[in-house]
Design a protein around this ligand. Structure first.
Ligand SMILES: Nc1ncnc2c1ncn2[C@@H]1O[C@H](COP(=O)(O)OP(=O)(O)OP(=O)(O)O)[C@@H](O)[C@H]1O
Ligand SMILES: N[C@@H](CCO)C(=O)O
Length: 323
């Protein structure tokens, strides 16, 4: 379920009136999602998604919402937060911070092919380029500093071999972060959580077109390569084993590179960043699993998936070569 706060038609209409979007003709709670309350809202002017933020605060949200607006304004297909007459895009509904964004068409592509991976790689690169002049700054809050803080909290819950792996990997990533090559990597606002369920495709089977990226609430400033690595680790693997599908991975990286050529450092450090991406999600899943937050609405994802992915990335580093 993903309606943690009930929104009445009158509540929705009050917001829609402020945004000048016409009478609400339908309001429907969205059953998936685990973080926020989401509703589809239909008005005479179009279809929208109303999100009530259950955990993020008014102070945290402007970075994400303005990033979406910035990207949408540059032609990247992301939900565009709707502004009131004063230009405000962060609203309040039922006492919760809220946003109304346009609804992306289509659905998720949960068994992606080379065709889908190519489109994700291309749009990811375009998104990175479009974010270069985004003026707000917020670090990736699930980056190295958070791993350093969180790994010691989860290791008491782990067996010896998993503990050894995660501690060795953290040491490797700390060392890497101090190198000149890592520090020279291009960076900017990244999505940082662009899994299969955060992208929409629309169209007939075999001809689907990417219609949008959404769920920007783990976005932050980090290396572009980290964002690409997170995508590769989800879109281009065999889920049961974590093994990389090189055809899909090559398609994604080649499409990215065609829009935004990878530097020599990026090409060299891609295998290390794929390890970093696996460490990031292994750590967060362990944290959600072993230390559930009070009154948590989260159904934790399986942490062992990313342990397998990390073991694969360490055992079989994959380099992509141009041409
Ligand atoms: N802008 C949008 N356009 C179309 N559908 C959307 C949009 N935003 C959300 N949805 C739909 O709502 C569902 C839930 O949204 P989302 O995944 O963002 O939930 P959440 O609870 O906010 O986050 P989480 O992914 O962490 O559970 C999505 O799977 C998608 O089907
Ligand atoms: N994509 C994350 C969940 C947070 O959006 C995961 O699979 O662990």
């Amino acid at each position: 379920m993903a309606v943690f706060t009930e929104v009445s038609l009158a509540d929705a209409q009050a917001l829609v009136d402020r945004l000048g979007l016409g009478p609400v003709t339908a309001l429907r709670g969205i059953a998936s999602g685990i973080e926020n309350t989401n509703y589809f809202v239909t008005t005479e002017r179009g279809e929208w998604v109303l999100t009530l933020f259950e955990r993020l605060t008014h102070a945290q949200l402007p970075f994400y919402l303005h990033l979406m607006k910035h990207l949408a304004g540059r032609g990247i297909p992301v939900p565009d937060p709707q502004a009131d007459a004063t230009g405000e895009i962060l609203h309040t509904v039922c006492g919760k911070p809220a946003a109304l964004v346009d609804r992306l068409s289509g659905g998720h592509q949960l068994a992606p092919s080379v065709w889908h991976c190519r489109q994700v790689g291309q749009m990811l690169a375009r998104m990175h380029l479009a974010g270069r002049d985004y003026p707000r700054h917020q670090p990736n809050l699930r980056g190295l500093d958070w791993w350093i803080e969180t790994v010691p909290v989860v290791v008491p819950h782990m067996d010896e071999s998993a503990r050894q792996l995660i501690e060795d990997e953290l040491a490797f990533q700390r060392h890497l972060a101090d190198t000149a090559g890592y520090q020279a990597l291009p960076r900017g606002p990244v999505h940082a959580d662009l899994f299969r369920d955060n992208v929409m495709f629309d169209g007939l089977p075999g001809h689907e077109k990417l219609t949008g990226f959404f769920d920007f609430y783990f976005a932050g400033v980090d290396t572009w390569l980290f964002d690409l690595a997170v995508c590769l680790n989800d879109w281009c693997i065999d889920l049961p084993t974590g093994r990389l599908d090189e055809d899909r991975a090559s398609a994604m990286v080649a499409a990215y590179d065609a829009e935004c050529p990878l530097s020599a450092d990026e090409l060299r450090l891609l295998p290390a960043m794929m390890r970093a991406g696996a460490l990031r999600f292994w750590t967060s899943r362990l944290w959600d699993f072993h230390l559930p937050r009070e009154a948590s609405m989260l159904k934790p994802h399986d942490p062992t998936h990313f342990e397998r992915v990390l073991r694969e990335r360490v055992a079989n580093p994959w380099h992509w070569m141009r041409g």
